[in-house]
Design a protein around this ligand. Structure first.
Ligand code: SF4
Length: 140
């Protein structure tokens, strides 16, 4: 009973942590736009949190860099189970313009299991909302 209640509340109101793993910041600005009143991501119960310990979903922008790989894994490990990762933007999906650079390891899925990919360079706020809602529907 308690487990069903926890699962229900997670699907109805997931808390997210926004993590820039090496992005150029354009995707990050679009994520912020999605949280503002015009697109209003919060209408789906999605709340931005400041710590991985309170998050259900990691929203990652940018490629994995050699410098931050260990930090990203450490942050992921601090998110309580069950946890989900959303790769936002072409960089998080594949490395995009940073692919092949000496300091880039490619997309987020090189070090973390990714549950949803949201394409774009940068993404559009409505694409982010669409991707997150599809992820939530797949959890029901
Ligand atoms: S996908 Fe494009 S806009 Fe987003 S972080 Fe990469 S280069 Fe910047």
């Amino acid at each position: 009973m308690i487990e069903r209640l926890v699962h229900w509340s997670r699907v109805k109101s997931p808390w997210v942590l926004h993590l820039n793993t090496g992005a150029c910041n354009a995707c990050d600005i679009e994520i912020l736009a999605a949280l503002m009143p015009r697109f209003d991501l919060e209408r789906f119960g999605i709340l931005l949190k400041g710590t991985p310990r309170h998050a259900d979903v990691l929203i990652c922008t940018g490629p994995i860099t050699r410098q931050n790989r260990d930090r990203v894994v450490r942050i992921y490990e601090q998110v309580p189970d069950p946890k989900f990762v959303v790769a936002v933007g072409a960089c998080a999906m594949s490395g995009c313009v940073y692919r092949g650079a000496y300091n880039s390891m490619g997309g987020i899925d090189q070090v973390l299991p990714v549950n949803a990919y949201i394409p774009g360079c940068p993404i559009r706020p409505d694409a982010l909302i669409d991707g997150v809602v599809k992820l939530l529907n797949s959890l029901k």
